[in-house]
Ligand binder design. Structure first.
Ligand code: ZN
Ligand code: ZN
Length: 242
């Protein structure tokens, strides 16, 4: 594979491949499906090589934060997704990775999403006599069904990180106000809560009556009436369909 002219992009490719290998070691350990490293790298590398001008901003940010961290994650967005790669920009002040306190990190990161690009060009009917036929692939690789890797590079701006200010009681006020405005959701919530309570009561009653039946088996005459009441309750529950 030819080295990229841009050193920053080449360094990124090297670190990315390292990370893909590490991910595959991890997948081997967990006995899950491994990533096809050249497949994933192919289109990105081709694009880096053909259109370095499109990556000016990316190159400049990687240069400013050379201690960036690459993390491989399961694909979140696309149905055809392979992996998402999170690139956290960071620069350690003294170049020492052990001093986590002294670092610079911008309010943005990068993400590359990799997906399958299926090309339904036609069922392969290649034969060994055809030009460019590859014995190992059993195909000449021109115009047959094929799968490639597509990607999209995102720059992600972090606008704000915040949480609830106040205690739980304040939060409950917010919750109440919300349900005041959305009666439909409030009704749904109340109905679900009532159903849950009924189910719980039903369970408790049937457990209690079973216990009662066990205890009263020695004194059948004394508590027959009580047992009858429980049975009636259960029958009622069944009748209203819960
Ligand atoms: Zn995406
Ligand atoms: Zn073919």
């Amino acid at each position: 594979m030819k080295k990229l002219q841009n050193e920053t992009l080449q360094r990124f490719v090297d670190i990315f491949v390292q990370e893909l290998k590490r991910e595959n070691d991890n997948r081997e350990y967990h006995e899950t499906k491994k990533l096809n490293i050249p497949f994933i790298l192919s289109s990105l590398h081709q694009s880096f090589s053909n259109n370095p001008g499109s990556y000016k901003e990316f190159i400049s940010d990687l240069g400013m934060y050379p201690d960036y961290n690459i993390e491989i994650e399961d694909s979140k967005n696309d149905y055809d997704g392979i992996i998402d790669v999170e690139i956290s920009l960071i620069k350690y002040q003294d170049g020492d990775y052990n001093y986590y306190r002294d670092y610079d990190s911008p309010s943005y990161n990068y993400e590359i999403c990799f997906s399958y690009d299926e090309r339904n060009w036609g069922y392969c009917e290649c034969t060994p006599d055809m030009e460019d036929y590859r014995e190992d692939k059993k195909c000449c690789g021109h115009g047959c069904d094929a799968s490639f890797c597509s990607f999209s590079l995102h720059k992600i701006n972090h606008i704000v990180s915040d949480s609830w200010h106040g205690d739980e009681h304040d939060y409950w006020d917010f919750e109440d106000e919300f349900y005041m405005d959305d009666k439909e959701l409030a009704d749904k919530k109340n109905k679900e809560e009532t159903e849950r309570k009924i189910r719980e009561l039903q369970k408790r009653i049937s457990a209690d009556s079973k216990k009662l039946a066990e205890l009263t088996s020695d004194f059948p005459v004394d508590v027959d009436e009580e047992l009858d009441k429980y049975k009636k309750t259960i029958e009622f529950m069944k009748k209203i369909g819960i």
